[in-house]
Unconditional design. Structure first.
Length: 462
């Protein structure tokens, strides 16, 4: 693992304040057990983010070990109108295309070790009406794929997998056409993309309200099946509006998975490529947003979500003043789990915000435990009238024993282990707060970690 967790802040600049152990009778602690000898699965690639227009996210992509970057839906180099600026031009003529800015964007994503999720369509603020000539628009899409995957027009062989058709057609911000017009667009675009690269994964519709049945869910799925069109992934967006509940994403994903499977679309991937807390929320601190993100990601590991991209890589998240904010570091803490991809059994976490994930390296010399303690605000812990059927019902929860943790970690073997604990809360931004040497085959750690708080525990065999 890269221990330079603060992106330029060396360990000498970190304040090591010694052990923050808490006595059980001082604070209600959560009993946690981690058993490194019991494997429960393998870590899936699930470190994604949506790029922001005009912001270079390379530093964050590398530090957070981002594996998937959705090219943004704001006007910028990824927009089809930017790539093909004159719709009256010849779609087969390479001179009609302006690939240079998009080439730089895609190259920056690839250089960070991530892959793009390439959305073909128009962005917020652009013309939201259906393309006038669907056949020509499909030809443009075909040449974009040829450029990036087959080398057309001095292009590349990036083998970009994910190709998404349009963005939020169920929202008037991006699509003022009818559902049937979107189906026609999808039909032609999907065929064109796969004619350029048969291995491409084609998907959509990047639905903004995935809990609303009808035109862009069931009817769209039925259209795809009836016409034998590829739907390698179904993409959707969700913000925890009026709840800020981190378990919501897994709940929605299960509902969608049920719908896919019932229609014989068991191989269609479930892709959440825009998500966050309530964008209108003003009472959450940066630490609370960080814990919300980390708990959500841990729950997604156990839910039927095949890929996700967090909304989004804005300047503060990236660290426009040299140090990323708490949310940026939360993504890095989650990304650190890639160094320990063998998931191991944990007990003591819950589905209410106190989330725990742990893994070990393949040689068992490195163990990591990620604990995220998030608590939903009291104003959201009561039922509300179903004023918006696009939102799930709120949950009624009672929090207890979440003032910190009392962890027993069963290690692979006896011996000495170096233990480091990195913390994110209202006073620490991924700071090293404790380091010690412990003796196995099991160790005991106890610390106060009231919500909102995140700890990454790194245990290395000496």
């Amino acid at each position: 693992m890269n221990t330079n967790v603060s992106w330029g802040m060396g360990l000498a600049a970190l304040v090591v304040i010694g052990s923050l152990r808490a006595l059980a009778d001082d604070l209600p602690l959560r009993k946690i057990t981690v058993d490194t000898t019991v494997t429960v699965g393998a870590l899936r690639p699930l470190s994604g983010i949506q790029a922001a227009a005009g912001v270079d996210g390379t530093a964050l992509y590398k530090a957070a070990r981002i594996d998937l970057v959705r090219i943004d839906d704001m006007q910028g180099p990824g927009d089809t109108d930017a790539i093909f600026p004159d719709m009256s031009a010849d779609a087969d003529n390479a001179r009609s295309y302006n690939f240079a800015p998009t080439d730089r964007l895609v190259a920056s994503i690839k250089s960070a070790g991530a892959e793009p999720l390439f959305r073909i369509g128009r962005s917020r603020g652009a013309d939201s009406s259906p393309p006038a000539d669907l056949d020509k628009y499909a030809q443009i899409a075909r040449h974009v794929v040829l450029h990036y995957n087959q080398g057309w027009d001095r292009g590349f062989r990036y083998a970009i997998r994910y190709w998404e058709i349009w963005n939020e057609p169920d929202s008037k911000l991006f699509w003022t056409g009818s559902p049937e017009e979107y189906y026609a667009l999808y039909d032609k675009m999907a065929r064109a993309i796969q004619s350029a690269d048969a291995s491409a994964l084609v998907g959509g519709p990047a639905m903004s309200k995935p809990l609303i049945a009808g035109a862009y869910r069931e009817k769209f799925l039925d259209f795809v099946r009836f016409n034998r069109l590829p739907l390698d992934f179904f993409s959707w967006h969700f913000f925890a509006v009026d709840s800020n509940d981190p378990y919501t994403f897994a709940t929605v994903a299960r509902e969608l998975r049920r719908i896919f499977d019932a229609r014989g679309l068991g191989s269609t991937r479930n892709v959440l490529d825009e998500w966050n807390a309530d964008p209108a929320e003003r009472d959450m601190s940066k630490a609370a947003r960080a814990a919300f993100a980390a708990s959500s990601l841990i729950y997604m590991l156990g839910g039927p979500i095949d890929a996700q991209t967090y909304h989004r890589a804005d300047a503060e998240l990236l660290g426009n003043k040299g140090t990323p904010d708490e949310v940026g570091h939360a993504l890095s803490a989650f990304g650190a789990l890639k160094s320990t991809p063998v998931l191991i059994r944990t007990a003591g976490g819950d589905e209410s915000g106190f989330a725990v994930a742990a893994g070990r390296s393949r040689d068992s010399r490195l163990i990591q435990v990620l604990i995220s303690n998030y608590q939903i605000a009291a104003k959201y812990l009561q039922p509300r009238d179903n004023w918006d059927t696009s939102l799930p019902e709120r949950r009624t929860l009672q929090y207890q024993d979440n003032g910190g943790y009392d962890a027993t970690i069963n290690l692979p073997a006896s011996g000495k282990y170096r233990v480091k604990r990195y913390r994110i809360n209202d006073s620490s931004n991924f700071a090293l707060v404790d380091q010690s040497t412990q003796t196995g085959p099991s160790i005991h750690l106890q610390a106060a970690l009231p919500p909102p708080g995140i700890e990454l525990i790194v245990i290395t065999a000496n």
